[in-house]
Design a protein around this ligand. Structure first.
Ligand code: FAD
Length: 306
């Protein structure tokens, strides 16, 4: 621990990085669970981010907006890097090519693109994550996902080396990218949108948001769909057909509005959520023979579960 503190002190001294110690993570992740981070590292630019990666190596855990993260109870011992200050967004040409840094919010970007008269990012509207998180998760909604518009990613490895990865080499598939295993940190994503009438795009985004509000329990903390969609099925439908809507463990509950969502009804711990997850998986397996796979990423004391 002393060694970690020394590394972080040196890092902060080098500049363009803010570090906060012993921070409660309760309000920093989708389900509002979890304990305290020993250290939260905020690089102010991509160079500083690469320096942090080099200094902390494999130990460093990366947090976007935390909207797809279940933070475990207790203390997160490894340093946590927040991309929230990497908020640059550049238009690379006049035809809809954008370079978007990891900490740009998806809803904000979708709005910006629509206002500038470009289509392709509408599906991002209403997803409460960052561009970095969406790149790592290959986020998607309403029949579209990031891999349709991603051209390339600027990433850094855990030695601080910065390089470019073509979208075709990023292992993008349903809610998956190679970055989930490689430990590469996404600094910037280059996207190709297409010119379109601004009003048409805005109308579409508003109708998608209306659908979200009607179907999803947005009034409670959650990580969105907790499980991935099994091949040819919907996790929410399987869970509902098992009669599990409303099932409760402590403060965690299977949403009555959308059975694919686990919500925090108040005071849920990560352990409550895990108990609910186990029971859902067991019941769905017994009833339908389907193994549900968690989409949500678990952050434990020593980093993310692979
Ligand atoms: C109400 C609600 C609705 C949602 N709807 C959708 C939806 O329609 N479609 C969908 O796909 N998802 C949805 N989600 C899930 C979530 O918003 C997305 O997965 C989002 O892309 C995650 O972004 P984030 O910045 O919050 O990432 P985080 O949750 O912070 O991180 C997710 C994973 O990515 C890693 N990570 C984050 N940023 C980086 C980076 N820059 N470099 C390397 N690793 C990184 C983290 O280590 C973690 O493993 C929803 C969530 C909620 C709460």
């Amino acid at each position: 621990m002393e060694e970690q503190n020394e590394v972080l002190t040196e890092l902060e001294k080098a500049g363009r990085i803010e570090i906060k110690q012993n921070v409660s993570l309760l309000n920093m992740a989708g389900l509002r669970t979890g304990g305290t981070a020993r250290a939260l590292v905020f690089p102010l630019d991509t160079e500083a981010c690469a320096r942090a990666a080099e200094a902390c190596g494999e130990k460093l855990a990366v947090l976007g907006f935390g909207s797809n993260v279940l933070v475990c109870d207790g203390v997160i011992e490894v340093p946590l890097l927040s991309t929230s200050r990497l908020t640059g967004c550049r238009e690379l040409d006049e035809n809809g090519k954008f370079a978007v840094q990891a900490g740009v919010g998806l809803t904000k970007f979708a709005l910006k693109a629509a206002q500038a008269g470009f289509s392709g990012a509408e599906f991002m509207y209403g997803i409460p994550g960052s561009m970095g998180g969406a790149s790592v998760m290959n986020a998607g909604a309403y029949g579209h996902q990031l891999d349709e518009i991603a051209l390339k990613f600027t990433v850094c490895d855990r030695k601080g080396k910065v390089y470019s990865v073509d979208a075709a080499d990023a292992g993008l598939s349903y809610r998956h990218s190679r970055f989930q295993e490689s430990g590469e940190i996404v600094l910037e994503t280059v996207l190709r949108l297409t010119p379109c009438d601004s009003g048409t795009v805005t109308d579409l985004m508003n109708s998608l948001m209306k659908r979200r509000k009607e179907k999803q329990p947005l009034e409670y903390p959650s990580c969105g769909s907790y499980f991935k969609r099994p091949e040819g099925q919907f996790a929410g439908k399987l869970i509902e057909d098992c009669g599990l809507k409303g099932l409760t463990k402590g403060g965690a509950q299977v949403s009555e509005k959308h059975a694919g969502f686990i919500i925090n009804r108040g005071g849920a711990t990560a352990s409550d959520v895990e108990k609910l997850e186990d029971e859902i998986k067991r019941t769905v397996k017994e009833r339908f023979g389907v193994e549900l796979e968690r989409e949500v990423r678990k952050l434990g004391a020593h980093g993310f579960e692979k």
